[in-house]
Design a protein around this ligand. Sequence first.
Ligand SMILES: [Zn+2]
Ligand SMILES: [Zn+2]
Length: 100
Amino acid sequence: MGAIEFGTCDICGKETELERTYFYYPIHCECCGSKDKDGQKQHFELVHHCKDCPAPIPKEIHPLLRSMNGDLIRANISNILPSNIRGMFIINDKIVKEQP
Ligand SMILES: [Zn+2]
Ligand SMILES: [Zn+2]
């Protein structure tokens, strides 16, 4: 924390000082190695953005999951809300849609 990071904003594409926002999901993934306060694995999506662009909540996430036979699969999950968020974010659209 406190280190200044330069790079390209994921939202507007500007080359500038970046903030990081983490969206955490209650998913046992093989990609992140992050654990919640109870020691449960959790997947996160990281958004790099400038201070003018709060991170929109992801509409789709891509955790790496292990299947029954041990294969790793990149999942494609929509209609899910994060269980925790760290950083600056906005909700600019409906994330969870009612099933018809
Ligand atoms: Zn930006
Ligand atoms: Zn993950």
